[in-house]
Design a protein around this ligand. Sequence first.
Ligand SMILES: [Zn+2]
Length: 186
Amino acid sequence: MTCEICERQKAKIIISQDEEQKQLCLGCYNRQLSAELNVELQSQPEAFSTTDYAGVRREFIITQRLNPVGILIEAEEKKEYGYKFAVHGELDCDQVELFQRLQEKVKQGITTSYVTTRKFPSGQQVETIKNDKIVGRLDYDELNEDTPMVVIDGKPYTWEQLGKMVQAFEGFQIKVKMVDMTDNVE
Ligand SMILES: [Zn+2]
């Protein structure tokens, strides 16, 4: 689907206006909202990279999105089912500061890992939960319509795989809490 305004970029956003639906690319959508809201989006770096808990360099693509109540900036790792982080600021916020907040959130988010690989004398390798906590993200699984993918440490896991990892905790209580992408997981 191509954007109805520029007719060049891929349409990513569908907006409904006066019973009409418009399909726009992110750039055209932002320009339209910028005019409507009288808010200028400042240009931000298109990408940045930083090292994770294991010293591995991770590359992130940055996208900004205006919405009627604020500005959303996302950092998505340049790979399928990788890390993803987002921050939200008011329309009149300091956008440079908002971007710095995102960078900080990425750095914070990738310094801790939750899954570790245990090697058995037999040579068998099993992934287990490092301590007693995991933080991850639910993502759409193209190969499975029934359950979403759980991305932990920038790596995708199925619920079956996650189930195996929590097996060691049989007899424990479990707490599952959903947190908006722009909020901080405690
Ligand atoms: Zn466009």
